[in-house]
Structures are given as C-alpha cells and as structure tokens.
Write a new protein. Sequence first.
Length: 190
Amino acid sequence: MTNSDPYLQPAFSRRNRLLRFLWGIVYALLFRTSPRPMHAWRNFLLRCFGATIGPNSHIYPTARIWAPWNLICEENATIADDVVVYNPLAVRLGSHAILSQQAYLCGATHDYEDPEFPLISFPITLGPYSWVCARATVQPGVNIGEGAILALASVATRDLEPWTVYGGIPARKIKMRVLREKSEVQPKQS
C-alpha cells in the first residue's frame, strides 16, 4: 500500500537519506565530540562525505552541516560553533568567508502555492572575505558579495552587494565597508 499524499512523501531519494543517516552517526560519534582545535580531523571527516574543504579552513565541532557533499569551503573559511548549514544544494564559502556563531544558512523552502507543497532548493554563495555575523539568517538562493557583512541577527532575503554592510529584518544596506590601512589601526587604550 503506497500513500499518494504529497505531504507524506519523502522529498529526498533513498540514497540521500541513507547518506544523511550515515553522516548523522559519524557527526554524533566523531565530529561533534572532537576537541575544538582538531579542525583538520573535522575537515577530513567532511571530505570523506564529499565536501570540498580548502587549506586552513576552521569548522567547529558544534557546526551542523546537513549534507557535506554539497559543501564547498575555499581556503581560510570559517564555520563557527552552532552554525546550521541546511544545504540540499551547494553552499559555497569563498576564501576567508566567516559564518559566526548560530548563523543559519537555509538552502530550501516549500512552494506553498503548489497544492503538492514540493520542496524547492537553491544554492547559497558567500563571496571571499564576507562575514555572516552571529544569529544571522541567509535565505535560499542568496549570494553574499565579496567582503559584504550581514549584521547580527539579520535576515538576508536577497543578494548582498560586495563590500557593503547590511542589517535588519529583512536586511537593508547600512553603509559601504571601507577597510582602513593597517597603519591606521590604533591599539585600545586601557
């Protein structure tokens, strides 16, 4: 007896569900329990499941990667503690891109206008030197431009322009991100 109700049908193939089951076991036993400084070990585990991880990338033990085979991190990318990467399709972090604590990348949603309510997925890209701050959310299909910043607890519903700071719900342009020369950085006075 098969159920024809589309709300009860699995959205993913049996192979996909099996891989996620196996990844869940590896995540629980070997990834999440690894000491904080063991980035190379976690990168190795992710690579075993098909992730592309560049050199010197830092992925922390409580980061939650839904589908490692859809994760691409260029060199020096960071995925901090308690980040959730829901990636039914590709999520790409450019070099030096940062996902801060509890950031959420949501790569899929449902077509609520279709009576069958199908899952629809979109890739997410973070450009080089971009930063998604703590507790910020990136919606499906959003591209974060090079050097762009999504401020604390903001929600990106559309693409963010390069070297621009965005904040709010939904995120709006706040100002351009202009880097100082290193000689202009002053040490804090105590």
